[in-house]
Design a protein around this ligand. Sequence first.
Ligand code: OCS
Length: 121
Amino acid sequence: SGKLKPLQLVWAKSRGYPWYPALIIDPSIPKGFVHNSVPLPCPPDNVLTLRKNQTSDDFLVLFFDTKRTWQWLPSSKLELLGIQKSIDESKLSESKKPTLRKAVKKAYEEALHYQSQVTKK
Ligand code: OCS
């Protein structure tokens, strides 16, 4: 699944949901850490505590959904976003429900916007 590393945008597959835009976050970043003048989202303590019960090498992701959901997911549930057009297009059209498809599209745009803020010099 390519190079998965902190601040990489990904498509993430959460159980019961379509593939959805998310951001890989380094769980050890200090609170209030700023990257290229953009404050990085900091995982709440309960999300970090949750991790302690798991043994696999999961990644911490922050979904670009309206609730900004945090989740731990294995690399098998993650794919790079914004790298390969065919992957993005298939994920964008995965859901048959128009409402859900629109939500995925909106999240995708927010993800790309976030990235443009973080990477601009
Ligand atoms: N809200 C979902 C994630 S998403 C969850 O709780 O896992 O809707 O962004 O796929």
